[in-house]
Design a binder for this molecule. Structure first.
Ligand code: FES
Length: 229
């Protein structure tokens, strides 16, 4: 409850701040893709100057929906926040149990669609992470580059170990006969899925730490270590 709550507060504060999210060539994952012309570092500037709120608000819905509807997080926050149930063999705090059959909890069933939105965002984060090795057009490595790569690796492990991803790549098939590629993808997804809770936590921290690192660099609090050719 404490960690999820702190993450929620941190994400909200940095999203409304609308500053210090870019430190050349690093872009905070909370602001990527940057969709407005007013962005410090626009990725796809498809929204004009009329938009004057934080660009983070335009994209935060996709990763948020993906995390909130994740099967693992559901279990965690149902226990932590709703005491439904507080623990194994302990009765629910509420006498009546309706599961996920009523609004808004029936929206949890849209998780697979949240995955379809999360995959393109992940692809853009990979693009950002690779771009983090380009310093004024020259190849280089900064501590921020390594942090951004670690972040997308962890996010990929979390995304492709998703139950819906496992289903998508082959879990829906009755037989893998003659479908060796599908079988291989499904096996990889299974391996990631077996540790889904760890990917979920590590990627949650990595998003926060990546933003924090870029933010502190942009504010001049710390200096990025760099090895540029
Ligand atoms: S089940 Fe966790 S991300 Fe899909």
């Amino acid at each position: 409850m404490l960690v999820l709550g702190l993450f929620g507060v941190y994400a909200f504060v940095v999203s409304i701040q609308n500053a210090n999210y870019y430190y050349d060539p690093y872009l905070s994952p909370f602001y990527s893709p940057c969709l407005t012309t007013g962005c410090v570092h626009p990725t796809f500037p498809i929204i004009g100057d009329w938009y004057n709120l934080s660009p983070a608000f335009l994209i935060v819905g996709s990763p948020l929906a993906f995390r909130v509807t994740c099967y693992y997080y559901r279990r965690s926050y149902y226990r932590a926040f709703f005491w439904s149930p507080p623990a194994c063999t302990v009765p629910d705090a509420r006498a009546k149990y309706s599961g996920e059959t009523r609004f808004p909890f029936n929206l949890q069933n849209l998780h697979r669609y949240a995955l379809y939105l999360a995959i393109p965002v992940l692809a853009i984060l990979w693009f950002d992470a690779i771009g983090a090795f380009s310093f004024d057009g020259r190849f280089g490595v900064g501590l921020g580059s390594l942090i951004m790569i670690a972040n997308v690796v962890l996010l990929s492990g979390y995304t492709f170990g998703c139950h819906a991803a496992r289903y998508l790549v082959g879990g829906y098939l009755d037989s893998f006969h003659g479908k060796s590629l599908r079988f291989r993808l499904w096996s990889w997804a299974n391996q990631l899925n077996a540790r889904h809770s760890r990917w979920a936590w590590f990627s949650l921290f990595s998003v926060m730490l990546t933003d924090l690192y870029i933010r502190l660099c942009a504010m001049g609090v710390i200096t990025d270590l760099r090895w540029v050719s």
